[in-house]
Design a protein around this ligand. Structure first.
Ligand code: FES
Length: 115
């Protein structure tokens, strides 16, 4: 079944520090919007699949973010924990349009946390 996506401009890319993030409040939960060192943007639910740590306060490296609480590494594309850790956080479509960050707001796609 197709989901309805509402593309929403959340501001200029320059509002987000390179290798950092900003947050966007949403009725379904806070969203962390990440900027990589080469100016790609990704958005995840701002809750680590381990113990809900604030991923927006983590460090971005490549296309991943390290959770500030216990150092799980979360893939920014899939929301999946990498390495030996298991779990997934919701992803939100994100893209750049003329230097502005646009999010595709859809219902959360929750991953199953195991273990
Ligand atoms: S809450 Fe993120 S690693 Fe523990």
């Amino acid at each position: 079944m197709d989901q309805i996506i509402t593309w929403t401009d959340i501001g200029p890319l320059t509002d987000i520090p390179r290798q950092g993030a900003r947050t966007v409040e949403h009725p379904a939960g806070r969203i962390a919007v990440f900027r990589t060192i080469d100016d790609q943007v990704f958005a995840l639910r701002d809750a680590c699949p381990h113990k809900q740590g604030p991923l927006s306060e983590g460090i971005v490296h490549g296309q991943a973010v390290t959770c500030p609480l216990h150092n799980w590494v979360i893939d920014l594309v899939s929301g999946q924990a990498t390495g030996p850790d298991e779990g997934c956080t919701g992803t939100i479509p994100a893209r750049l349009e003329d230097g502005r960050v646009v999010l595709g707001l859809v219902p959360w796609r929750e991953g199953a946390a195991h273990g």
